[in-house]
Design a protein around this ligand. Sequence first.
Ligand code: PNS
Length: 172
Amino acid sequence: MKTAVYPGSFDPVTNGHLDIITRASFLFDRLIVAVVRNPGKAPLFPMEERVDLLKEVLASHRNIEVQSFNGLLVDFAEKTGSTVIVKGLRVLSDFDFEYQMSLMNKKLKPSLETIFLMTSENFAFLSSSSVREIASLGGSVKGLVPSNVEKALARKFRNRKGIARGQDVAKD
Ligand code: PNS
């Protein structure tokens, strides 16, 4: 049984993440989507909501699990029996950081391999941060995120839409 872990902040999950998750799930018996508890800065979505949104959208995939983790990724991998870390690469600028991180993880746990899947070209421009910014400024994120995330973003920013467009709207 070959288990892999696909870690990230998923704040929120995008269609680019889902592309990597689906393709990785065909390569392994079990894929754990691991949501980091503390992504460094305050997330837009609390950890429970990021996990729930992922669980909802991945519910029909039998070999994919969604879990959260705190601490080192290598420790989470060991605890869950994962022997491979899956990462997505979009553009060349991702490479520097991801390469460094893979070398550091290898140093911490030499038996753990990192593999990279190239993001499909239609998602190469897509990031959670751009989704957050577009939604916060009242733009459409249709086609960039699954529909449950689209709704969750709309709920989060519905009071800010008028403000983003320069109107003065009352909050309810
Ligand atoms: O989606 P992100 O924010 O790019 O994901 C980053 C993540 C979660 C993969 C990375 O921050 C991570 O692995 N965090 C766990 C802490 C850890 O193991 N740090 C050492 C990595 S060299």
